[in-house]
Design a protein around this ligand. Structure first.
Ligand code: 4AD
Ligand code: MG
Length: 432
């Protein structure tokens, strides 16, 4: 029986007869030979139909195939040193499933709006293919890494009655006869999980009513949020560094083909796999910007150009640690050595990609936390359950959030975060 294989497994079937289920991305013919560019979701390669190898009927069918037609093929896999995939298939039989005219995405350049309007089809093209494969590697690497570190996956709700990350970017929803909001972060629920299970992570979509049209913001994005009981901020930084190094190493090991499609130089990612990220105090970052002649004062939050400048000083991600309390959320623990700052850190990605992780040690003391909630102008009643976590067996604990698409955008060196998710939601885009 001829085995059904996927394109990515071609190397294991050289000189064997196999079957494949494929779509056509492009076609070229010259008299007695037709070159079909094929894809099956696992890779892209070439099928060759020679008039002498097939019946007249199959040859005519092959000639009539249109872009994104779908069909079954039988043939023999050969090495093809000239192609970047390395293999091709000599087709002996072909059966069409669907063959229609008018596929809107051609092999010419299209504008980004056109492509986003056709995102449901654009996903089939090489660049989105490569990005989504890398996204998948990073997802699996995340699950593997945290499983090895003894975390459990813990799911936070999406409907919320309160706002952990500030009250300005909330999406309001009518929830029967009350107000609800879409989650901006699973963290507070993750803290309840950490007190129940020790080490947990939440990983799911989060929502922010971002007015920004910049290349780093979406209104819906995925966040990976580990939360660790009994862990101080320094150990959390060690964990973040190991996690990011592992994730990038997995991409380098598994996605050579995809990085090549993207034209992404793997050597730019290599230093990250070594860990050893600098831990730059906020105060020193301020001084670095001022020394470079930038207009920045202590207490300001970094804008994209500031983070860009800082990231250019390093060949791998850098932690900026201990920000002023005025620019971070209420749940963080103050630095006992300097109460003007929190024990917190952001990870700034290399090459100008800016903040990809944010995290902190959490305030564990009931009275202190209660005061911080009041000082933040939040409604104490909404946070009674959260305060219970301190009242009953509160312990030192820390956590962080990784912006999944921001991290993908950096790893893949994308111009805009919208290409890091299958169907982006932006201030001006909800379709398709
Ligand atoms: O820094 P943020 O706001 O931190 C939190 O939400 C914490 N509760 C995390 C925690 O400690 N558990 O967001 C975390 C990350 C940012 O570093 C950024 O990468 C990403 O989420 N992010 C966005 N990504 C895409 N679009 C947006 N609008 C984003 N806002 C934040
Ligand atoms: Mg942040």
């Amino acid at each position: 029986m001829t085995e059904l294989i996927s394109i990515k497994d071609s190397s294991k079937h050289v000189d064997q007869e196999v079957k494949m289920h494929v779509w056509l991305t492009d076609k070229r013919s010259s008299g007695k030979i037709i070159f079909l560019q094929l894809r099956d979701g696992t890779a892209f390669f070439q099928g060759v139909v020679r008039k002498n190898d097939v019946t007249d009927e199959v040859f005519e069918v092959a000639k009539s195939l249109r872009q994104e037609s779908s069909f079954y093929i039988t043939g023999t896999v050969h090495e093809d040193a000239r192609s970047h995939f390395g293999y091709e298939i000599q087709i002996t039989d072909l059966k069409v499933v669907s063959n229609n005219e008018g596929y809107p995405i051609g092999n010419k350049e299209h504008g980004i709006d056109f492509l986003l309007d056709h995102r449901h089809l654009w996903l089939r093209s090489k660049k989105p293919f490569a990005i989504m494969q890398i996204r998948n590697t990073m997802f699996k690497a995340t699950v593997d890494f945290f499983e090895k570190e003894d975390f459990i996956k813990f799911d936070a709700p999406i409907f919320m009655h309160s706002a952990p990350e500030g009250t300005t970017q909330l999406f309001h929803v009518d929830y029967f006869d009350h107000d609800a909001y879409l989650s901006q972060s699973g963290q507070l629920y993750g803290e309840a999980g950490a007190m129940a299970f020790g080490k947990i992570f939440t990983f799911g979509p989060t929502f922010r009513a971002e007015e920004s049209k910049g290349r780093r913001h979406m209104t819906e994005f995925w966040m990976m949020e580990p939360e660790m009981a009994w862990m101080h901020q320094d150990e959390s930084l060690d964990l973040q560094e190991r996690y990011l190094a592992y994730m990038v190493k997995q991409v380098l090991d598994k996605n050579e083909y995809e990085l090549k499609i993207l034209g992404r130089d793997p050597e730019k990612l290599r230093p990250t796999t070594e860990g050893n990220f600098v831990r730059l105090p906020y105060d020193d970052a301020v001084k670095m910007l001022q020394d470079a002649g930038r207009d920045f004062k202590w207490g300001d939050d970094f804008g994209a150009p500031d983070e860009g400048y800082i990231s250019e000083q390093y060949d791998r991600p850098v932690f900026i640690v201990n920000y002023p309390t005025s620019i971070k959320p209420f749940y963080m623990k103050k630095n006992p050595d300097n109460p003007k700052e929190y024990l917190c850190a952001d990870v700034i990605a290399p090459e100008g990609y800016g903040e990809i992780f944010g995290g902190s040690e959490r305030e564990g003391n009931y009275e202190v936390l209660k005061q911080q909630i009041i000082d933040a102008g939040l409604n104490l009643e909404d946070y009674q359950w959260y305060l219970d976590l301190r009242k009953f067996g509160g312990v030192p604990h820390s956590g962080f959030g990784m912006g999944f698409e921001r991290t993908i955008a950096w790893v893949c060196h994308l111009d805009h975060i919208r290409e890091a998710i299958p169907f982006p939601r932006l201030i001006n885009r909800m379709q398709p």
